[in-house]
Design a protein around this ligand. Structure first.
Ligand SMILES: Cc1cc2nc3c(=O)[nH]c(=O)nc-3n(C[C@H](O)[C@H](O)[C@H](O)COP(=O)(O)OP(=O)(O)OC[C@H]3O[C@@H](n4cnc5c(N)ncnc54)[C@H](O)[C@@H]3O)c2cc1C
Length: 512
């Protein structure tokens, strides 16, 4: 079988789906090819004990009317159909520490953010305001975050040159406040020596603007995008893993799936991890220096997650996330845990459905886990499409880690153990196999202040009709990846043209 399209998008993560809809809206006949049983990449759900869990989205920022992600989603035509619950306005995230009963809140709206933190740190108003001003100023350097025209990548070395920990610490000498202001760095797997401050600013700013949970899970975003895509006359196939590129007279003309089907097109967009894309495309089609550079970019750290089914009416629904640390002095070192100190930090988030009132029915807890921990089983592969056992020792490893993690959670949530009906886990191998990257990284490639250009990935490649999209370009997260897709499609449609259309459509909406 061979089918022909204008554009083929490989991978149905958010970046792939947003690119597909943007191009389909321009009349292109698009085909999305996804290797998994479910579309959505990190936006997949899975269900256990009749309960739905999100794999990779706990909350989303910038979704109040007129805000940046609202306007992008509105243009894509999905905003009206999303079912969302706004998180606590006075503390959507709280940062907490062992041996300190205080919950340090992140409130929605900058003024509210300042007021809530000043209550905990009355002497520190100037520092907190300085931090907020710096966050907003940094975000204003990235025009697309505000749907403004301008360069997609800011070229000022000063922007890339601010180190996250050093910069945050410059606003206060209060060690606890420093830990609180950097305390949500699991959002981007922050590293004190490498991560630039702009990554913190772009990740955290949109939540301070507004923070929402998806009712019944984040996979609704991919489902609604797919519905839009099909309404526009385009198609998407699951269980279609791209394994080969087809070149005719030196030009990329098609791709082949593992089942042996071929798909032809004029333009190809890869939402697959760039390192893996180069392998599939054949390294000989790229410059050696480029292949070496991309293959040497370190991945962000991976995670170990607990998905807890709660007994009915046992554990109150918490409309906020917890970022907890054993030790306030190790906020930037939690990835460097030892076997004895693991887990040094975690994030706890709860699921919400339309019946959620007083009690919650699911809780997800996530912490860092380095890939090397699961290397003994790295030759195994297990997804719904290619089901395999990883073996007894792996099950024992997961059980041991689960027990340690629950014991740690009990310190903060003393009743948690008796509320657990069932618990499921994912490890770096789960993320690796479902997403199709090298080492199960959470957020794509690391941004490194020492070497900003090394981790820069342009949507354009040496193959002139092959483009990249997704979290390894630009930024990760729902907002970051949506913007990546706009950047990718700008290369095809023209940046000024596309942005003007989005601006016009969404400003009419605001005025109307
Ligand atoms: C644990 C976790 C929690 C997170 N929480 C949040 C959050 O609360 N808020 C937030 O904004 N962001 C969050 N993120 C980040 C966010 O989910 C991701 O940045 C985003 O979804 C990545 O989108 P992407 O376009 O890069 O595609 P990906 O999600 O990386 O998907 C890539 C797709 O390509 C497919 N694919 C790979 N190889 C092939 C092939 N050969 N052929 C066909 N298809 C292929 C994969 O199956 C997958 O569907 C979280 C991420 C993780 C891991």
């Amino acid at each position: 079988m061979s089918e022909r399209f204008d554009v083929i998008v490989m991978g149905s993560g958010l970046g792939g789906l947003v690119s597909a809809v943007l191009l389909a809206k321009e009349g292109r006949h698009v085909c999305v090819l996804e290797k998994n049983q479910q579309f959505g990449g990190n936006l997949q759900n899975f269900s256990r004990n009749k309960t739905i869990f999100d794999t990779g989205v706990h909350y989303i920022g910038g979704l109040s009317q007129g805000q940046n992600l609202y306007r992008y989603f509105d243009y894509l035509g999905i905003m009206d159909e999303l079912s969302l619950k706004q998180m606590n306005k006075d503390g959507f995230d709280v940062v907490t520490f062992d041996d300190d009963p205080m919950e340090y809140p992140y409130a929605q709206g900058y003024e509210n953010f300042v007021t809530s933190l000043v209550e905990k740190f009355p002497e520190e108003e100037d520092g907190i305001r300085g931090f907020c001003n710096s966050m907003r100023e940094m975000c204003s350097n990235f025009p697309l975050y505000d749907l403004r025209t301008g360069k997609p990548y800011f070229e000022d070395a000063e922007v890339f040159g601010k180190q996250v920990k050093e910069h945050i610490n410059s606003f206060t000498t209060n060690e606890k406040l420093r830990a609180v202001l950097g305390g949500t760095n699991l959002l981007y797997a922050g590293d004190d020596t490498r991560t630039p401050f702009y990554v913190h600013a772009l990740s955290v700013n949109s939540y301070i603007e507004s923070a929402y949970r998806c009712v019944n899970g984040g996979s609704q975003i991919s489902k609604i995008l797919l519905k839009k895509l099909r309404e526009l006359g385009s198609v998407a196939y699951k269980r279609s893993e791209v394994t080969d590129f087809i070149y005719t007279d030196g030009k990329l003309t098609g791709v082949k799936t593992i089942e042996g089907n071929t798909f032809e097109a004029d333009i190809f967009i890869s939402n697959i991890d760039p390192k893996r894309t180069i392998e599939i495309a054949g390294a000989e089609h790229f410059r050696k220096a480029y292949v070496n550079r991309i293959s040497s970019i370190p991945d962000t750290c991976s995670a170990f997650s607990l998905y807890v089914v709660l007994k009915p009416d046992s554990f109150p629904y918490l409309n906020k996330n917890y970022y907890h640390f054993k030790d306030a002095t190790r906020v930037w070192k939690a990835q460097e845990y030892t076997q004895e100190s693991w887990p040094e930090s975690y994030m706890v988030s709860m699921g919400v459905n339309k019946n959620t009132k007083v009690y919650g029915d699911t809780l997800t807890a996530m912490t860092y886990m380095r890939y090397e921990e699961v290397e003994p089983w790295e030759k195994t592969f297990n997804t719904v499409v290619r089901k395999n056992e990883r073996g007894q020792t792996y099950e024992a490893f997961k059980a041991e880690k689960t027990e340690i993690f629950i014991t740690e959670l009990e310190k903060k949530f003393p009743t948690i153990r008796e509320c657990i009906e069932a618990v499921y886990t994912s490890t770096p191998l789960s993320y690796r196999d479902y997403i199709g990257n090298d080492r199960g990284c959470m957020y794509g490639y690391e941004k490194d202040i020492q070497n900003p250009l090394r981790s820069f990935i342009s949507p354009r490649t040496k193959i002139d009709n092959l483009f990249f999209t997704g979290q390894s370009l630009n930024m990760h997260g729902i907002l970051g990846v949506t913007i990546s897709a706009v950047i990718t499609c700008s290369e095809i449609l023209g940046g000024a043209y596309l942005l003007r259309k989005i601006q016009q459509a969404t400003s009419e909406e605001i005025i109307g």
